[in-house]
Design a protein around this ligand. Sequence first.
Ligand code: KG4
Ligand code: ZN
Length: 339
Amino acid sequence: MLVLGIETTCDETAVAVVESGKKILSNVVVTQTDLHAAYGGVFPELACRRHFDVLIPLTERALQEAGVTSSQIDLISVAKGPGLIGALFLGVETAKALALAWKKPFVGVSHIEAHLYAAMMGCDQPRFPALGVVISGGHTLLVKIQGMGEYESIGQTVDDAVGEAFDKVGVMLGLPYPAGPEVEKLAAQGDPRRYCFKPGVVKNNPWSFSFSGLKTNVLYTLKGQNSDKTAPVVLQEEEKPHIAAAFQETALQEIVRKALAAVDHFGCRMIFLGGGVTQNQRLRELFKTSPVPVYWPLPGLSLDNGAMIAGLGYQVFLKKSSQGDAFDLQPLPRIPLSK
Ligand code: KG4
Ligand code: ZN
């Protein structure tokens, strides 16, 4: 069964063709980082306009690279949320239009669930319950996976997502947006023990995360106590790698510590990780202490992509007894991951 997957939740336009949930025939992505760099974050209207410009040509390219025609596509899968509402509308309405024109069914899937599916694609025999860890620019959450499509939220961030914290700390350090990979590079030259930063504590929920205090720790260390974002950096340039290393170590240790505690507490038999921050090599090193097998997104599927949307769409379609969604499907800026 051939599925066309469409992803437009944020600042990547992506289309892929995937066979039977696993075999990736094409996976094309147009990233918008150049467009948003000047703003230090995603500018929603610009994101929509770029999706509008590239989505149809990208769909043609995905079909061409897969070596198939539209008549061979059996299902269209689209990310219906969470994400920027205008961007989501564009993706969902395009999926409906293609479904109508090609006379094929379509399904809307959760972007967060798709990030986890990007790791499940590499696992032939998933064992449940498993722990899902989604760490990206927009999300930081722990979920108990009871079975394919059955989730129970354990904890999430109460302020910044971890990728967002990497991006903002990167900007403070004078690194280009999106700064996650740049912070990692700088941290590799630093000593994480030179500065002592503390992760945030969330009252009444041991499984939740808070990264805004850690971000402020970095700000005050770089620019002086009680300074604001616009203040000049007072610390010497050669201290920056140590700050990056201490920030990275504190943020990542916090994720690994809570994830492994959750594995123990909830009796999880595997860990599936998804989202852009899974590209971080130090994180991968830290997870080597896991007592259960750890699955990472397949190569090329850490950041937002259409293959994870197509792959998950196949599973969702099978679960719905091969029924597509109705044409009144609405995109949702927030979707809870629940049973
Ligand atoms: O999954 P993704 O493409 O977008 C969302 O769904 O949010 O993740 C992008 C995020 C950005 O915040 C980026 O800075 C972060 O992933 N990221 C990293 C690394 N590579 C990407 N963070 C830390 N270390 C990295 N190597
Ligand atoms: Zn994402």
